[in-house]
Design a protein. Structure first.
Ligand SMILES: [Zn+2]
Length: 234
């Protein structure tokens, strides 16, 4: 991991608000711009490749991810979702983008300009969002949008049914659990557009697949996905 030099303002901010490791919460040294403690840094597992081709039967063409959903990354995502650590979203995206920059910035061969028109976060049901205080995928999407310099479309793809958390379900149950729960509110905004769908993790891919299906059904030109981490074996 690379760390940039710390500015004076940043230094004083870190004195006032001691930085904590995004994975374990340990207090970090003030003098270096670091977001992960030395122990947790060792537990960051990057994937062998960052661009994944279409899974069979999937609406999504490509999936981008930098980290294995294990060890330290898993802890950081868990804190983001359940530990009231919204800042983890930006830090994880920054770390991931150091690795993914080439994939996300390059246009397709023969196609000028950027690869995607808009970023769309995987939606949370409004009730769940109220409980958590934020939608982690939205925070991830907003940070990624800064890196990629393309806009985020919020409130276009919505979750209309509050389903049980996917993590508690088996593979077949996960697919059933998310069927028919997503809806495109403003189809005009996705029509013909190249969309990068964003979520925190991908395990079976059923949530992303259902989101992609409704987006394609509403006329999206192409749907790819970015996730902070993915679990290769389920
Ligand atoms: Zn740590």
């Amino acid at each position: 991991m690379e760390y940039t030099k710390i500015s004076k303002t940043e230094y004083f901010l870190r004195l006032l608000f001691p930085p904590r490791c995004i994975c374990c919460g340990a207090v970090l040294p003030v003098g270096i711009l670091k977001e992960v403690c030395s122990d947790c840094e060792k537990g960051f597992k990057t994937l062998d490749t960052y661009e994944f081709a279409n899974m069979s039967g999937s609406t999504i063409t490509r999936v981008y991810s930098a980290f294995d959903y294990e060890g330290s990354v898993r802890k950081a995502i868990h804190r983001l979702k359940f530990g009231d650590s919204p800042r983890n979203a930006a830090v994880l995206v920054d770390l991931s983008c150091q690795l993914l920059k080439d994939f996300l910035d390059k246009p397709f061969p023969g196609m000028p300009g950027k690869r995607y028109d808009v970023i769309i976060p995987a939606p949370l049901h409004p009730k769940r969002k109220r409980q958590r205080g934020y939608n982690q995928s939205e925070l991830i999407a907003m940070r990624l949008a800064r890196h990629m310099e393309i806009p985020v479309l919020k409130g276009v793809l919505v979750k209309k049914i509050n389903t049980p958390p996917q993590s508690r379900l088996k593979r077949e149950e996960r697919l059933r659990n998310v069927a028919g729960v997503f809806h495109v509110k403003k189809p005009g905004q996705v029509k013909g557009r190249r969309i990068l769908l964003v979520d925190d993790i991908m395990t079976t891919g059923s949530t992303l697949e259902q989101c992609a299906r409704v987006l394609t059904g509403a006329g999206a030109g192409l749907v790819d996905a970015y996730v902070v981490a993915m679990r290769k074996k389920v």
